[in-house]
Design a protein around this ligand. Structure first.
Ligand code: SF4
Length: 327
């Protein structure tokens, strides 16, 4: 690991001011950053430690939304009563990710900001447009079975977004609140926060220079909804999703009155499947309808060779999740 300057911030303003110098990064739980620094993939000159900031509140607002502080740990978020009762899909997604030790350290903002798991990105030497713009993408014709996307890729990058939490948030609907230099705050729709790789895969999110996430607000739950997260992977724990689905449904008898679906493991960002939702709304809760919705969700999917099986697996993740939820 290379040497770097370390500063512990005592307030949000303090952190943002310290971040103004070039090549500076925020350190929250450190579960991504420290790995990438040890691998020499990230080489910051200065690290601003924000994990002691008082951004650890989970608060139910009067309008039914829930405000989650940026430094709330993944464990605390998953176990909080308001999350377990109002958003089972989010609690389940969080508990399906990583290991207990990592969930204890990982934060809400850090999870939103986590980097991809592509081996070519992390090895520090292979062609990788995300790490070294213009160097190429070794994954497109290489090892792309596990952590590469079939939706939202470009000829510059096909790395899948690795988060489970973000998939649940994409289904629920959320707003990311950020603060920048001079106290300027702004809100970003969660679905607009993560960027598709396009021609600039190194630009992964909508944050401007110097901005920091202060909290995330979850939309109020759909009345009378039920929800679940289903993660399909090679082994039962400590593994990234090959395909996952976050599903929220509202039933009126045996008719689907409303539905929200997002997918993980298959997209280059947390993938909201609005075409699938449109297929479901107003239709009977049958296997045939679930399969039509799943096919709609994967419209436009592209195989890059080894990861082609994800097109069918992604559909299975939706059909199985829906079948269990309405049973
Ligand atoms: Fe790099 Fe993206 Fe290609 Fe992986 S998929 S090698 S992260 S450009």
């Amino acid at each position: 690991m290379r040497s770097f300057d370390y500063t512990r911030a005592s307030s949000v303003d303090d952190a943002i001011a310290a971040h103004a110098q070039t090549n500076t990064v925020f350190l929250a739980g450190g579960t991504t950053l420290l790995d990438l620094m040890k691998l020499d993939v990230m080489r910051p000159a200065r690290v601003v430690d924000i994990h002691k900031l008082a951004l650890t509140q989970i608060e139910v607002l009067d309008d039914g939304r829930v405000r989650v502080g940026a430094m709330v740990s993944n464990t605390d978020l998953a176990r909080h009563e308001a999350i377990r009762t109002r958003y089972p899909v989010l609690s389940q997604a969080l508990l399906s990710g990583a290991s207990t030790q990592l969930r204890n350290k990982a934060t809400t903002a850090g999870n939103v900001m986590q980097r991809v798991r592509c081996g070519y990105f992390r090895d520090g030497v292979s062609p990788c447009n995300k790490r070294v713009p213009g160097s190429g993408c070794a994954a497109i014709d290489g090892q792309n079975r596990n952590v590469h996307a079939v939706l939202g890729g470009s000829d510059q990058c096909i790395a899948a977004h690795p988060s489970d939490m973000c998939v649940a948030m994409a289904a629920i609907g959320a707003t990311v609140h950020v603060q920048g230099p001079n106290g300027v705050a702004r809100d970003i729709d969660f679905l607009e926060f993560h960027r598709l790789p396009g021609d600039t895969p190194w630009k992964e999110h909508a944050l401007n220079d110097g901005e920091m996430i202060t909290h995330v607000t979850l939309d109020a739950p759909l009345p009378h909804s039920r929800s679940a997260y289903l993660k399909l992977r090679d082994r039962a724990s400590y593994q990234f999703a090959l395909a996952s689905s976050a599903v929220i449904v509202v039933l009126d008898g045996s008719t689907i009155r409303d539905a929200r679906i997002a997918m993980g493991g298959v997209g280059t960002k947390p993938w909201r499947a609005q075409q699938a939702e449109a297929v479901l709304k107003g239709q009977p809760a049958t296997q045939a309808v679930f399969q039509q919705a799943a096919a709609a969700a994967m419209q436009g999917a592209r195989s890059y060779g080894q990861n082609g099986f994800k097109i069918a697996l992604g559909q299975q993740a939706i059909v199985r999740n829906l079948s269990t939820l309405v049973a």
